[in-house]
Design a protein. Sequence first.
Length: 245
Amino acid sequence: MSTLGTHDPPRTERVAILQSNYIPWKGVFDMIARVDRFVFHDDLQYTKGDWRNRNRIKTPQGTQWLTIPCGSSEKRLICEVELRDSRWQRQHFDRLRQNYARTPHFERYRPWLEDVYLGTTWTNLSELNQTLTRRIATELLGFDHVTFDDSRRFGLTSHKAERVIDLLEAAGASHYLSGPAARDYLDESAFAARGIALEWMDYDGYPEYEQPHPPFDHAVTVLDLLFCVGNSAMDHLRRGARSRA
């Protein structure tokens, strides 16, 4: 059922919804750049072996995972995942430094990394992921147009596709920008019936850049892009994928 009342203002925002990821790949930030409101959907079941607590970096031995230890239990929501041992923070900082110290822009971002990994003790996975995504978007990529939101504040009780539509209505969405994988299970007519236009991200077309430890790999943390190209990072997103209705 719709959460909007008859006297609510018209919906005008382009909205994306995503479970939070650890230092996400550039495609997430391309999506953020294309919307007015980005909603973290972390009051969902935690899934192990996913992007919630890990991402990939380039190393001389190939692409490798940076993984936050947080246990394997799936009987909890993403927002309930506690981080009880902070030793991983120094380890992740050291691995980023060791593998990217010779990239053109690593030193520029080193103080930021030190603040994140050495200056703060993280105790909750969702808080960590959401904070880093917001900070990368605003502080490192310069986004000043997007509002970040959290699904928990809406108190939703619906499930699956209906929950997505209810969340979009509550967030004031006129357009929903979805990842392409959702084409397999989202019913476009259900969104149209509620007055929400459905659009799809297309992640094809990102240009390569001079990346350490070839061969080139797009599926790594956005920090790889920042360390390698610095202020030109947004150019690599704008020249790449586009949303499609």
